[in-house]
Write a protein that binds this ligand. Structure first.
Ligand code: TYD
Ligand code: MG
Length: 416
């Protein structure tokens, strides 16, 4: 516990307004949704909900070294208009070296190495950029406060100061915040409710992939994922994640099944892998990566009771290939099929894709976005798609045969 003395800059509360205050009806407020600054990084723009909204503050959180500075520098280069990049973490020379390495030569970026809030705001007023980047909020401090940089009070006050100024002047702000083990509280969590959007930059296990995920967004969906690949020359957008996630799929091996998950608005094809081995001692193991362990246990019980697949005395290992984590129920059927395929040692044909949620009664339940998933599967050459009977009636496909399934047992009978 550390004690922090907050200075109260406000006077005692009074009911007299300190400035002019008016009320409006919605009809009389002008708002032009088209006005957004796009960064040219499609993946980033989509996660933002279509670009940066003027006057908004977006917090980008992530572990140190994950690539936040690289990301914002690449984004800055694509913005049409002046961008001011304030770094409290690196010298101008270091930024220049990075810019050279990732071939950013944009003329629209003005840089400064500065950490004091009032100096930063003063510079903003002189330069009038459309976007301000502050790297990072932890190194920024307000000299009117006595606390040291990085403390809760400083972070909160600096963010509030930037936010107020941005709203008044109408420029957009990208704030970078570290998430560190010790300083977690003094990071993005603390600011989540203050800023307009919180975007998390995370690694995906396996490969050099990085995922951008919106945790909060006042101007867009929080389900969108932006996928990047790290390279020597900076971040590269992964425009077709399905191809990447399926690229290492080997020939016909038992226990491998493909399904289509929808993250946000985009369908992604993923491979579910299962390995089932006899267990010699007491409690068999159930281990899953990228899929909820409890959900796996439930599905195993359903497989055993409703489809007669014996797994109670077997170890079950389940993995979503490529390291993504899938939370939606539409992948249930594929998980069951992968386990079944491994138990029986029967490979599932490479042209087959399975969709559907599995209920406790062994029934296959309807899913959302069936059409999106089907068209993504068509694109990658799948010719046999198993989908819930509920979705079958309204779905259509030019190149794939759609097979309606009502129960888990029926689906398993038909894939072999
Ligand atoms: P950096 O952007 O400095 O991370 P952060 O600002 O989150 O601390 O990147 C960390 C390191 O990774 C840096 O040494 C450069 C390297 N890197 C690459 O080589 N290629 C890439 O595409 C990215 C994003 C980073
Ligand atoms: Mg950095």
């Amino acid at each position: 516990m550390t004690e922090e003395i907050a200075e109260d800059k406000r006077n005692a509360r009074s009911t007299l307004p300190s400035k002019d205050f008016s009320l409006y009806t919605l009809k009389h407020i002008a708002a032009d949704e088209k006005e957004r600054y796009t960064t040219g990084l499609g993946e980033f723009d989509r996660v933002l909900g279509g670009g940066l909204v003027p006057g908004s503050v977006v917090l980008i959180g992530g572990d140190p070294g994950i690539g936040k500075s690289t990301l914002v520098l690449q984004a800055a280069a694509g913005i049409k208009g002046k961008v001011m990049y304030i770094s409290g973490e690196e010298s101008l020379r270091q930024i220049k070296l990075r810019a050279d390495r990732i071939s950013v030569r944009a003329e629209n970026i003005v840089l400064a190495s500065e950490t004091e809030l009032n100096n930063i705001l003063h510079a903003v007023h002189q330069e009038e950029p459309v976007v301000l980047i502050v790297d990072s909020i932890q190194t920024t401090y307000d000299s009117r406060l006595e606390n040291s940089p990085g403390t809760v009070t400083q972070i909160r006050e600096c963010t509030a100061g930037i936010l107020e100024d941005a709203k008044k002047k109408g420029y957009a702000v990208l704030l970078i915040g570290h998430v560190t083990k010790e300083g977690y509280i003094a990071g993005p969590k603390l600011l989540e409710h203050v800023v307009d959007a919180v975007i998390q930059f995370e690694p995906e296990t396996g490969g050099n992939y990085r995922v951008l995920r919106a945790i909060k967004n006042r101007f867009g969906s929080t389900n969108e994922l932006g996928i990047f690949e790290m390279s020597e020359t900076g971040l590269r957008e992964v425009l077709n994640p399905s191809e990447v996630f399926l690229s290492e799929r080997s020939g016909e091996v038992s226990g491998s099944v493909v399904t289509a998950a929808v993250e946000g608005t985009r369908p992604i094809l993923i491979e579910v892998q299962a390995l089932v081995t006899p267990s010699n001692f007491g409690n068999p193991q159930r281990i899953s990566t990228g899929f909820d362990q409890r959900r796996l246990s439930i599905l195993l019980a359903v497989l055993e009771r409703r489809a007669g697949v014996r797994v109670s005395s077997h170890n079950v290992f389940l993995k979503i290939a490529g390291g993504v984590t899938i939370e939606e129920p539409a992948v249930d059927l594929a998980v069951c099929a992968a386990v079944w395929s491994s138990v029986t040692d029967q490979p599932v044909n490479k042209s087959i894709l399975l969709l559907g949620e599995v209920g406790l009664g062994g029934e296959v339940r309807g899913i959302n976005h069936a059409d999106k998933r089907i068209s993504e599967a068509e694109k990658l050459g799948f010719t046999k798609i198993f989908l819930p009977a509920k979705n079958h009636s309204s779905a259509s496909s030019k190149t794939a045969k759609l097979i309606s399934v009502e129960s888990l047992a029926q689906a398993l009978n038909n894939i072999s």
